[in-house]
Write a protein that binds this ligand. Structure first.
Ligand SMILES: [Zn+2]
Length: 255
């Protein structure tokens, strides 16, 4: 198994996303697959989604955040995520600041993941129906800036923990995918984890949409996978940045 090809399972991973359901929508098939194979997974959520509703009479920002954190925890259990870190910034208000980068560096240096998953800050338009949420762009940019170079620079912010080099970044929601991870075995858990987000999806049956996305059919806003060789039925697409090509050292494998 070559490092960071579509079948590779890292020993540890950290998924850094803006909102409580972002992981479930974009990378949960991969996360469940890796966790099932023994990968230790940490989720870092920059906000708790406290503006994420149009049912504004039903919630306050505080009550919605509380509910959405519970939904995230339930989804994490379904996916096999080991822990969730809530940074509790306000939904729709995050900015790519040094303060946010520092919060992420602290988590990266603490849990020392082999790979980081995050979004693509270059993704602004998905087809002609969806403008990417500004929080998705900020969280993705902050995650990339925290991974490289901040986390690995020994002289930078030593009070945030011992420097750590992340070996690869798996970038989701990208217009430039180069790796399609087979999630045929975990797509049902992906759907189940999305169902945990009842404040967002209610009783809506999202299974047909998720199956169509993962099959690269229908209205997918992302470039379609070229069918060649043994094509998996359901996949999640990534652009994989291979920052460290060599085999991991024991140091890299330690958390
Ligand atoms: Zn989101």
């Amino acid at each position: 198994m070559t490092r960071y090809d579509a079948d590779y399972i890292p020993c540890s991973a950290m998924a850094i996303y803006a909102h409580p359901d972002d992981i479930e929508f974009t990378v949960s098939g991969t996360v469940a697959k890796w966790a099932g194979a023994g990968c230790d997974i940490t989720a870092v959520l920059v906000t708790s989604g406290d503006s994420g509703t149009h049912e504004y009479k039903k919630y306050t920002r505080k009550s919605l955040a509380r509910i959405r954190e519970q939904e995230s925890k339930a989804a994490a259990k379904i996916l096999g995520i080991s822990r969730i870190i809530f940074l509790r910034k306000h939904d729709c208000e995050i900015e790519d600041t040094l303060a946010l980068r520092k919060l992420l560096v602290r988590q990266i240096r603490k849990f020392r993941p082999e790979v980081v998953l995050c979004g693509d800050p270059q993704s602004l338009f998905f087809g002609n129906r969806y403008v990417n949420h500004p929080d998705h762009i900020v969280a993705a940019k902050a995650a990339l800036g925290a991974v490289f170079p901040a986390s690995e620079m020994e002289l930078l912010w030593p009070e945030l923990g011992k420097a750590h080099k992340v070996s690869a970044i798996y970038i989701s929601s990208t217009m430039h995918p180069d790796t399609w991870i087979d999630i045929t075995g975990t797509i049902e858990r992906k759907i189940e984890s999305l169902r945990a987000h009842r404040s967002q999806l209610g009783d809506r049956n999202i299974a047909p949409m998720i199956y169509a996305w993962a099959a690269g059919e229908g209205e997918t806003p992302f470039p379609k996978r070229k069918k060649r060789g043994r094509a998996a039925k359901y996949t999640e697409p990534f652009r994989v940045m291979r920052l460290l090509k060599d085999e991991p050292t024991n140091e890299n494998r330690q958390r």
